[in-house]
Ligand binder design. Structure first.
Ligand code: ARG
Length: 318
């Protein structure tokens, strides 16, 4: 097998595309023939999921896990994950990566990387408990033909947990304050030479951007304002007109209302027990709610359980 990896630090974004390619540091291993794996191509919205055979709450690295040690019911874990997989498969292609013993949070594969244009900016997890996932994730992305972009350990970066492209794919929103380091934002955005806006998270319950911020395909933004500091709210309000902003209540946010999977007009989310699905339906979205109670014990919901692989423009085509 041939693997190609890009070491981000060696790239100089000022040099332009030609030199960019020639300054890529590549590692080619395993194959006598030096042909590159073809980059992945997607015709349909495509996501990665990780079955939950090794999932459990084994430690506490976010406030949701406290009081939930080893409480997820195995039966419910499998039934809920399977239902999410069924619903996602209805609207998108789904690829799988196997979970690993000793990596109970790997089921939250939404934080494996940030993917766009066949490049996977791999996560460099904050907590040692999740760093065990990194080598398995890297291996999967390389085998699938993605170019991989590394982030140094000193500047943590947690993939689509903390970095989300706008629906059109031309702007990156990235968060810091709990997990991901501010210093990683520019570095990650350089993988695509894209503009990035940094947002500061201030409530430990909403420790990842994908718990409180979801750019939707129709150009709307689903978000929980209480998770951000004032300057960040000002940036959000400058980018989204009032009629495009859909603030959720604190009760909805605490049910992970913003942790949604959105492909085209379809939205898959946890059970809200509010009129959020109706509010979204009036804007043209079809909402499916799936009970994900056992994963909320670990601190995540629908979005955290699936990683977008196809380009955001294809995935979010409305
Ligand atoms: N236990 C995982 C962690 O703390 C849960 C991740 C879920 N994340 C999310 N954005 N919803 O990393």
């Amino acid at each position: 097998m041939t693997t190609v990896s890009i070491t981000g630090q060696t790239l100089d974004r000022k040099v332009g595309n030609t030199l960019y390619m020639s300054t890529i540091s590549t590692t080619i291993s395993g194959s006598p023939v030096r042909n590159f794996t073809s980059p992945p191509h997607f015709d349909r919205p495509t996501y990665l999921m990780c079955p939950p055979e090794w999932y459990d709450v084994d430690y506490v690295i976010n406030p949701w896990m406290a009081g939930n040690l080893h409480r997820p019911s195995r039966d419910l874990v499998f039934a809920q994950w399977k239902e999410l997989h069924t619903q996602l498969h209805r609207i998108a292609d789904v690829r799988l990566i196997h979970g690993q013993p000793g990596s109970p949070d790997m089921v939250f594969v939404g934080h494996a990387a940030l993917v766009q244009h066949g490049i996977a900016a791999l996560s460099s997890f904050t907590h040692p408990q999740r760093q065990t996932e990194e080598k398995h994730l890297r291996r999967w992305f390389e085998a699938a033909g993605f170019l991989t972009w590394e982030t140094p350990r000193e500047t943590a970066f947690e993939g689509e947990g903390d970095a989300l492209f706008s629906a059109t794919g031309d702007h990156l929103w990235a968060a810091h304050g709990v997990r991901t380091c501010l210093q990683s934002h520019r570095h990650v955005a350089d993988a695509w030479h894209t503009e990035v806006t940094s947002l500061h998270l201030v409530d430990p319950r909403f420790y990842h951007l994908d718990t409180c911020f979801a750019p939707l395909s129709g150009g709307h933004l689903l978000y929980f304002p209480g998770a951000f500091d004032k300057p960040s709210l000002a940036k959000i309000e400058a980018a989204y007109a009032p009629e495009m902003r859909l603030p959720v209540t604190e009760a909805e946010a605490a049910r992970f209302a913003c942790n949604v999977i959105n492909a085209g007009r379809e939205i898959i989310m946890g059970v809200m027990e509010s009129d959020l699905a109706t509010r979204l339906a009036t804007l043209g979205y079809n909402v499916t709610e799936v009970n994900l109670s056992e994963f909320i014990r670990g601190g995540g919901s629908a979005k955290a359980l699936a990683l977008r692989l196809s380009d955001s423009r294809l995935t979010h085509g409305f």
